[in-house]
Ligand binder design. Structure first.
Ligand SMILES: [Zn+2]
Length: 364
């Protein structure tokens, strides 16, 4: 393989290096269920006797060509049913840490949605301990710090949301230090954040800050509610804040970090083309933005391609993305100091000087 090919994300290897594979990366918005590559998902389905709506890698790849956000959620629910055992959850974290480390990841915050698993008879303990054991193994094997934020699905009844918050707080109190926050996900339109405030109060009182999705398919009012009603520490996506200049100014002033996922936004139709993505506008307005893959296996992306896509937009510096990640991470201060030191030891100028790939390698 030539040197040029090795550095070209267009070459399509899932684990191939993207722009600056050696530059450190922090990813704060990745759904662990959405990291499982098709071959592994098929293997898990076989192991657990679960049906998938496709029988091979090609079939799953076809299934992953989403018509819109709702279609994506339908497929997500269908395919994530195959994860059933503590060993599955552990493996998902370790596999993704290996993949992300190949793109330079040093710190990840993984999201998982326990509710639908519990409804299918899986114990809370298997889910939380499986993911937390995976976080420990990811550190030991790949040197990647993994923290976890269980997600409340915004279509759930409010008592279910409170139960997820209570369980997350319980596992944290029992010593699962990898559990660091509580998220809100699922269909944003018609499901505003405010009713979930009591669940997030439980989380906050138990030491788990709110990291909700908002401003993805919903508008600025959704971001506003996530901040005011849930006390959001960060906002996942948050890109539609761009439609309200006052809100953008406030996000910049407060230093609220947005966990931005350009390829996801393209795949689910939040933006019609990468060139239209609001990331450069938000950065230029002083909003701190980190970069993430959201559901990399389903969106045919990875951390390297995500960074290449962001670089191709112009006005996006790898160092700013990293520093926003440091600022937004829900880690202890010793870990944050370590992340700061990694950033300080990086030759960012050399990384920026690397030619940024065009966006043509991203399937449209
Ligand atoms: Zn997400």
């Amino acid at each position: 393989m030539s040197t040029a090919a090795a550095g070209d994300p267009a070459r399509g290897s899932t684990f191939g290096p993207g722009r600056g594979a050696t530059t450190p990366k922090i990813e704060l918005h990745v759904h662990l269920e959405g990291t499982v590559r098709p071959a592994t998902l098929l293997e898990m389905a076989r192991r657990n006797g679960e049906e998938l709506p496709a029988r091979d890698v090609e079939g799953l790849a076809k299934l992953y060509r989403f018509r819109d956000f709702d279609h994506f959620l339908q497929v997500w629910v269908m395919t994530t049913h195959v994860m059933r055992t503590e060993q599955d959850f552990r493996q998902v974290v370790v596999d993704y840490a290996a993949e992300a480390a190949s793109h330079g990841a040093v710190y990840l915050e993984g999201i998982f949605s326990p509710w639908f698993r519990v409804q299918r008879g899986i114990a809370w303990e298997a889910i939380f301990h499986g993911y937390a054991d995976g976080a420990q193994e990811a550190w030991e094997r790949y040197g990647v710090e993994v923290r976890l934020t269980p997600d409340v699905d915004r279509i759930l009844p409010l008592d279910a949301a409170r139960e997820i918050a209570r369980q997350a707080v319980r596992f944290r109190a029992e010593g699962l230090d990898a559990i660091v926050g509580l998220g809100l996900g699922g269909p944003e339109i018609g499901h505003p954040p405010a009713p979930y405030a009591p669940a997030f109060a439980i989380g906050r009182e138990g030491g788990l800050p709110a990291v909700p999705h908002a401003g993805e398919t919903g508008g600025p009012e959704s971001v506003r509610s996530a901040l005011d009603d849930l006390g959001a520490h960060r906002i996942r996506h948050g890109v539609r804040a761009v439609d309200d200049p006052e809100l953008v100014a406030e996000l910049a002033e407060r230093g609220t970090v947005l966990d931005v996922c350009p390829v996801s936004n393209l795949r689910t139709g939040v933006v019609t083309s990468l060139a239209d993505h609001p990331l450069p506008v938000l950065l230029a307005a002083g909003v701190r933005c980190s970069l993430a893959t959201d559901d990399p296996a389903m969106f045919d992306t990875d951390l390297g391609r995500e960074h290449a896509a962001a670089a191709a937009l112009g006005g996006v510096a790898a160092r700013d993305l990293y520093e926003a990640g440091v600022a937004g991470a829900l880690c202890d201060e010793a870990t944050r100091a370590r992340l700061v030191a990694i950033g300080a030891a990086t030759d960012w100028a050399a990384a920026e000087a690397m030619p940024a790939a065009g966006e043509d390698y991203v399937r449209t």
